[in-house]
Every structure is written in structure tokens, then in C-alpha cells.
Design a binder for this molecule. Structure first.
Ligand code: C6P
Length: 401
């Protein structure tokens, strides 16, 4: 299968050069089938769901609920009502931080996060702690980018209410040992939230075998449209948690005296959702299933190993994140050059990378650097693109040192 040809956006030139898109950790491009699903929704199906008695509303509702089931299968959740649609990882984590903490966090209690979290898995917990009188504790990591699980054991105490960690770091690429973290946490009866933004398109995710209590991810990082994401949560916990937002769909009965809430998952889906984007997510899951997640992972590993080996030849290269278990994210600096300068010159050669702190300022503080250049690969990238990237860096490096 010629996967690349399924992505129309890749077939273009920028500044007269063929586009090389290595910013996949920020967002992936969309295959034609996903674009077609959106188009088809708005040309044949658009209507509000779960409330209309007419043909279009019933059909759109069916498709929406079929996507929920497709997500359930994709991450092997036990029940489809454990799948809540959100706008993305950020909203999913905010939902849990607001609702879980409202129910379970008391004055003086603690939430543990890791030192390699995206701001989306730090700030929502800080907001909840500020509101309810809690404190944030932080798991440190080594120079290679590996979490210190002994330190985690020492951080846990009677006041710990939840542990929130990413499955994969968007800056370091480290794959964190979630099953092990869950085992430690559960031995103290502490639930675990996993930020899956950077894992969901790179490896098979089985929430039951990981054992985690919450798993959050964004559609747009897995070939789906922007504007849709998922919050998976275990039924028992979701049932105990209060609604996150109030509005239509999340209620059973409303009176001015008292409102009762809908059952899962609708209790957490207030208002009209982004139905077209949800249907696009179904097309993206179909695309990933067609490729096969193991084939995707093997292709990306080949690209990452190849690029790392070539990059080592560049004088002054410094890598950030060299854990043995990594996804297809490579963060680096060339000597003391500013990442932004490298990124700008690469851009002029048609190569899109991300530069800066990648919404992980604590990681930059840890290494005492202003930011990194980050190349991140997806299923449609090729070795030929990596060759051009290396040639470009070889031209750029002497200009900047
Ligand atoms: N990281 C990156 O370039 P949203 O924006 O809600 O889809 O995802 C937020 C998010 C949460 N956790 C992790 C680990 C992430 O990587 C991201 C998004 C992008 O690295 C944009 S900053």
C-alpha cells in the first residue's frame, strides 16, 4: 500500500521545495478517507444527535455511537460508556482534574505528576489544587529521560489522591512504564491517569492490561480531525464523579429546585458535540487498523533508528531523551545554536520541525536549555526525507556555529 499517496497535503512544495513534514507530534496530517468522512457528514448527514426524531438525527446518532464502540475496541475498554468524547487531551485532563478533585481532593491532599509532563498535565492539577487546597508532587527523571520509580515510591503517602503521567513524553519520546506505575499506585489504592496524547498513534494501547483508571488522547494526533478527543475512565470512578459542565444532554430531569444527571457517558458530554469530527475519528481508526499498529510502530522505529544514526554524524549534536524505549520523537540541539534559528533555516528548505519548549518548560529547566529542535515521524514519512533532512542540517550547522 502506498500510504503516502493517501495524504493529499503531502503532495506540495513549500518555498519551491517538496514539503517534508516532521512535526507529527504537534499534529498528524489527514488521509483522504478522513477528509471524505467529514465532507460526507456535512453533505449528507448533518443534524443534532440524541434528540431529533427524524431520519438524519437518528442516522447521525447511530454513526456517533458506532464511533464510541470503535474507540472502545481500539483501546480495549470494558464498556463503551467508559468512552467520553471531548475536544482533545487538554479537555479530557481538565475534565478529570476538575471532577475527580471536586469529589476526592481535600485540603492538604496531594497529586503526583512527573517532571516530563506537558503543561496540559500540570496546569489543570495546579488549578484544582489552588481551588481545593491540594499540593503537587513531582517524580524526577534521569539525564537520559527515564522516570525514577524509586522516587515515586517515596513520594506516595496517605495524602496522595492520584498519579498523572504521560505514556510517552512529547519532548523526550520516552515510553513510560505505565503498567509498573499502575501496579505501584494500586498497591496503595491510588488511581492513575495516563496522558496518551503521544502514544495513541504509535503503539497498541490496551487500557485493561495497562490497568490505568483514566486514559486521555486527541484525535488530531492520530490522523483524525482537530476538535475531537477521548477521555476513558473506569465506570466505578466515573459514576462517583460529579459532572464537569452543565447543559443539554447531561441531565435526566431539570427543575429550579434540583437537577438529576444522565447516565454514563452522557453525564460528561454537555451540549452539542463535534459530531462530524467524531465521525472523522472513526475513519482515522479504520485507517490505522488497515495499516496495522504493529506495522506503523515498526516503520517509525526504522525511521527513528536511521535518523538518530545519521544525526550522530553531525558535529556538536546534543540529544535530549535517549531512553532505550522511545517513540519516533528526536529532540536535539546543535552546539549552542538557538533551536529557533535551526528551525527557521530548515523551514526555508521545505522541512517542518518544531522548535521551542514544546509546552514542557519544566523539561527545559531540568536541562537548563531554552528549547530544542524536535523532529517527529509518522507512518507516511520516508528514509529519503531523512536523507534530505540530514543534508539540510549539514549545510545549516556550519552557518550557525
Ligand atoms: N502536544 C506538541 O507539539 P491537545 O492540544 O489537547 O491536543 O494536546 C495536548 C497535549 C497533551 N499531552 C501531551 C503529551 C502532548 O504532547 C500534547 C500536545 C503538542 O507536542 C502541542 S503542544
Amino acid at each position: 500500500m502506498d500510504i503516502r499517496s493517501l495524504f493529499p497535503i503531502l503532495d506540495q512544495t513549500v518555498y519551491g521545495k517538496p514539503l517534508i513534514y516532521f512535526d507529527n507530534a504537534a499534529t498528524t496530517q489527514k488521509p483522504q478517507s478522513v477528509i471524505d468522512a467529514l465532507n460526507s457528514y456535512y453533505t449528507t448527514l448533518n443534524s443534532n444527535i440524541h434528540r431529533g426524531a427524524h431520519y438524519l438525527a437518528a442516522k447521525a446518532t447511530d454513526c456517533y455511537e458506532q464511533t464510541r464502540e470503535a474507540v472502545r475496541l481500539f483501546i480495549n475498554a470494558k464498556h463503551s460508556h467508559e468512552i467520553v468524547f471531548t475536544r482533545g487531551t487538554t479537555e479530557s485532563i481538565n475534565l478529570v482534574a476538575a471532577s475527580f478533585c471536586q469529589r476526592f481532593l481535600n485540603n492538604g491532599d496531594e497529586i503526583i505528576v512527573s517532571g516530563m509532563e506537558h503543561h496540559s498535565n500540570i496546569v489543570p492539577w495546579q488549578l484544582a489544587c489552588e481551588r481545593l487546597g491540594g499540593h503537587l508532587r513531582v517524580i524526577p527523571f534521569s539525564d537520559e529521560g527515564i522516570l525514577d520509580l524509586n522516587a515515586l515510591e517515596n513520594l506516595i503517602n496517605a495524602k496522595t489522591r492520584l498519579i498523572a503521567v504521560n505514556h510517552v513524553s512529547n519532548t523526550l519520546g520516552t515510553i513510560n512504564p505505565i503498567a509498573e506505575i499502575v501496579k505501584i499506585a494500586h498497591s496503595h489504592n491510588i488511581p492513575v491517569l495516563v496522558d496518551g496524547a503521544q502514544s495513541i498513534s504509535h503503539m497498541a494501547v490496551d487500557v485493561q492490561s495497562l490497568g490505568c483508571d483514566f486514559y486521555c488522547f486527541s484525535g488530531h494526533k492520530m490522523y483524525a480531525p482537530m476538535g475531537v478527543g477521548v477521555m476513558y475512565g473506569k465506570e466505578e470512578l466515573l459514576n462517583e464523579m460529579p459532572p464537569y459542565q452543565g447543559g443539554g444532554e447531561m441531565i435526566k430531569e431539570v427543575t429550579f429546585e434540583k437537577t438529576t444527571y444522565n447516565e454514563l457517558p452522557f453525564k460528561f458530554e454537555a451540549g452539542t458535540p463535534s459530531v462530524g469530527d467524531v465521525l472523522g475519528l472513526k475513519a482515522a481508526i479504520d485507517f490505522m487498523n488497515l495499516c496495522g499498529i504493529d506495522n506503523i510502530a515498526a516503520h517509525e522505529k526504522m525511521l527513528t533508528d536511521y535518523a538518530s544514526q545519521q544525526l550522530r554524524e553531525i558535529e556538536g549534536i546534543r540529544f535530549f531523551g535517549v531512553a532505550p524505549h522511545k517513540t519516533s520523537v528526536i529532540s536535539f540541539l546543535i552546539g549552542d545554536t538557538h533551536p529557533y534559528d535551526v528551525g527557521t533555516l530548515l523551514d526555508k528548505l521545505g522541512i517542518a520541525v518544531r522548535t521551542g519548549h514544546h509546552c514542557t518548560q519544566p523539561i527545559m529547566d531540568r536541562y537548563k536549555i531554552p528549547g530544542t529542535v524536535r523532529a517527529s515521524f509518522a507512518v507516511y514519512n520516508t528514509r529519503e526525507e531523512i536523507d534530505l533532512f540530514i543534508q539540510a542540517l549539514q549545510r545549516i550547522a556550519p552557518m550557525l556555529q
